[in-house]
Design a protein around this ligand. Structure first.
Ligand code: SF4
Length: 271
């Protein structure tokens, strides 16, 4: 195949992958335009010299790289760590809890708010419920740092007069903090969001309904498919295998949506 034909084939393939939403290899709009120009232009061939190829791996804004996303998230984290929009939470928190994981993740898990363990460590889902979430993520075939994990609220809801226990965030606290999560989602652009528990659903979608009606269903968050499932803390309170199985079935729907192969072992898995 001649160079111009080969280039055209590459170009068509990249265009198709981009239109289908593929993220790798990363080809920016600018790179695709450069390829088009290169394939159209006459190519002088100098003796002994290979034709120079246009730059395919653009790092402009149309092609978000992992590093760029990490930098953008770090900039938001800086604002969050200085945020005092909820004065009571800002004064009672040990630190803010921004989010962790892959800045370019396909799956983003969203919970409600940090608890005591998260407030102490500065990372979401690190207590007992967090350990169960990590187990679920691994059973799905991901490492914890391959997905992204965040909460609606970045500060632990205060519990005045008590050093122990957690409380759910109020609608007004969620409304105040929500823009930070929106920015995180805009940057990461996950293929699927998993809302963990009714409070996360309320914070993301504004819906209030019993979890048995919400879970296992696909919703849309500004065009991103959103699956609702139980919060892992619920599974710690209710150890019934049937409830754990429901969460696993919800996660299999996520895997199917991502077109990830599901093994027989995974299909028969109980958390
Ligand atoms: S909960 Fe969110 S909005 Fe409120 S103080 Fe913490 S970071 Fe700021």
């Amino acid at each position: 195949m001649q160079f111009p034909q080969a280039l055209e084939t590459v170009l068509e393939t990249l265009e198709r992958m981009r239109n289908e939403g593929a993220r790798q290899p990363c080809a920016s709009r600018t790179a695709l335009e450069a390829l088009k120009e290169a394939s159209a232009a006459p190519r002088p061939v100098m003796e002994g010299a290979a034709p120079s190829a246009p730059k395919l791996m653009g790092h402009d804004s149309a092609c978000p790289s992992k590093d760029q996303n990490a930098d953008k998230l770090a900039a938001i984290n800086e604002r969050v760590s200085a945020c005092v929009k909820c004065p009571n939470l800002a004064s009672s928190r040990t630190q803010t809890v921004f989010g962790v994981g892959n800045p370019d993740a396909d799956v983003m898990f969203v919970g409600e708010a940090p608890g005591a363990d998260e407030d102490a460590q500065g990372e979401p889902f690190v207590g007992r419920a967090g350990q169960l979430l990590t187990k679920i993520i691994k059973a799905m075939g991901f490492a914890r740092d391959e997905v992204y994990i965040a909460n609606i609220l970045k500060c632990r809801p205060d519990t005045p007069g008590s050093a122990y226990g957690n409380r759910p965030p109020t609608p007004s606290e969620m409304q105040t903090c929500r823009p930070y999560l929106m920015e995180q989602i805009d940057i990461i652009q996950p293929k699927v969001i998993v809302a963990l528990g009714a409070t996360a659903v309320e914070g993301l979608l504004g819906n209030r309904a019993p979890m048995h009606q919400l879970r296992g269903r696909w919703n849309s968050f500004n065009g991103t498919p959103l699956m609702v499932t139980y919060h892992p803390a619920y599974l710690l309170r209710n150890q019934a295998p049937s409830e754990k199985r429901k969460v696993w079935e919800d996660m299999m729907q996520v895997l199917e949506h991502l077109e990830k192969p599901i093994s027989e072992k995974q299909r028969n898995y109980f958390l």
